[in-house]
Write a protein that binds this ligand. Structure first.
Ligand SMILES: [Zn+2]
Length: 385
């Protein structure tokens, strides 16, 4: 087994399930602290300065720095260290097993594979003193809390200086992602008045109001999105994911909630404006429903012509000729970095199709080239400008 894959096996065997995403804390498997400490030990052995940012008890983001005197720029790797739940998995989540060129385990592709590839590139950069040689501060940020709402990256960006370039780790291999959709999640609430089910005229049915609100979203608002089109990402989408209302069949419901997942496009849609448009559309139709945003992840629209983006893509192409500069539909920590002024892209070994699955695995043939691309980016002649 080569080195990044040995590192990945270690990372898989360290449970780091996101307690918020799964809705409970089990000290044996939840929290990012064990994983952050392992990364810290590894980075200290490389000679890095290490610090922890405890965003929540037992849930740190780990920051490992190779600093250069007179640095001209700071670049960072930013994979996340938390994973989704291990419930209903058909494999042992924390026992890495290699079979047919794949390594199995929770987080193998989302995103412990990226952690291993990037950490290995970080170690090689340290061994070769690349920070000083290229006058570049090189940072590895093991972000907590990605799977439950990007908590780690938000806290990091609020408290740390902006970065010149960030490579967020997600399974995109061999491609480099410079644009992705945003996620605008909102809750629609309707209220009414309860009454006995045998006398509905005495009440006011909150579910009926919600049906009207859903009709508006599907019949009027969603079709209007077809006018918007991004050359790489296509159209925005809207999905009603959950409805909750009513207590019992024979009671007129006085309360109903609906949860909507709207995936949005960079530059063409501002989330605050979307909320106003929908609220206005409901009001004009006299539909009594309230809109509240509960997750607001902006789209990513990094300029693909930026020198550092081009340089990273050059490194990715040098290890895999199929590599494209492209876009994806899902959102990542990259758009949060970008929102706070740090240009970001997404890259890492693996395929998103295996993320969050019952038998999560990663194609091991991605691991070395992904790590090599990260290393070549740091070592490339352009970094000496
Ligand atoms: Zn994920």
């Amino acid at each position: 087994m080569n080195k990044p894959s040995r590192l990945l096996a270690d990372l898989i065997s360290i449970p780091s399930v996101n307690p918020v995403a799964v809705g409970f804390e089990d000290p044996k498997i939840t929290g990012e602290e064990r994983m952050a400490k392992y990364i810290a030990d590894f980075a200290r052995k490389c000679g890095a300065d290490v610090s922890f940012r405890y965003e929540m008890p037992k849930r740190p983001t780990v920051v490992c720095r190779l600093t250069a005197r007179g640095a001209k720029r700071t670049v960072a790797f930013g994979p996340h260290t938390d994973t989704v739940s291990v419930a209903n998995m058909t494999i042992d989540p924390f026992q890495p097993v290699v079979k047919n060129g794949r390594m199995y385990g929770r987080g193998a592709c989302d995103t412990k594979g990226s952690c291993a590839a990037m950490l290995w590139a970080f170690k090689r950069a340290a061994d070769e003193n690349l920070a000083s040689k290229t006058k570049t501060n090189i940072i590895f940020i093991g972000l907590m809390g990605e799977e439950s709402g990007n908590d780690g990256v938000v806290c990091y960006c609020k408290n740390e200086p902006r970065l010149d370039f960030v490579i967020v780790g997600e399974p995109t291999f061999p491609h480099v992602v410079y644009t992705h959709k945003g996620a605008f999640w909102f809750k629609v609430t309707t209220v009414g008045k309860s009454a006995h089910g045998s006398n509905p005229h005495l009440g006011d049915n909150a579910i009926h109001h919600m049906v009207e609100a859903a009709d508006y979203l599907r019949g009027h608002y969603a079709p209007s999105l077809q006018k918007l089109r991004h050359p790489v990402l296509g159209h925005p989408t809207l999905n009603i994911g959950q409805i909750r209302g009513g207590a019992q069949v024979n009671i007129v419901p006085d309360h109903c909630e609906m949860y909507v997942d709207h995936r949005t496009l960079p530059k063409l849609q501002a989330h605050a404006q979307i909320a106003r448009t929908i609220a206005g559309g409901l009001l004009r139709r006299k539909i009594r429903a309230k809109i509240e945003t509960y997750r607001d992840c902006p789209p990513l629209g990094t300029n693909p012509k930026l020198a550092l983006v081009q340089r990273f893509h050059g490194a990715a192409l040098s290890v895999n000729r199929r590599s494209q500069l492209t876009g994806v539909a899902y959102f990542t920590d990259a758009s949060i970095f970008a929102r706070y002024g740090s240009p970001s892209i997404v890259f890492g070994p693996g395929d998103i199709a295996q993320a969050h699955t019952k038998d999560e695995w990663i194609d091991l043939s991605h691991l070395d080239p992904a790590s090599e691309a990260c290393y070549r980016f740091l070592a490339s002649p352009g970094s000496r400008e």
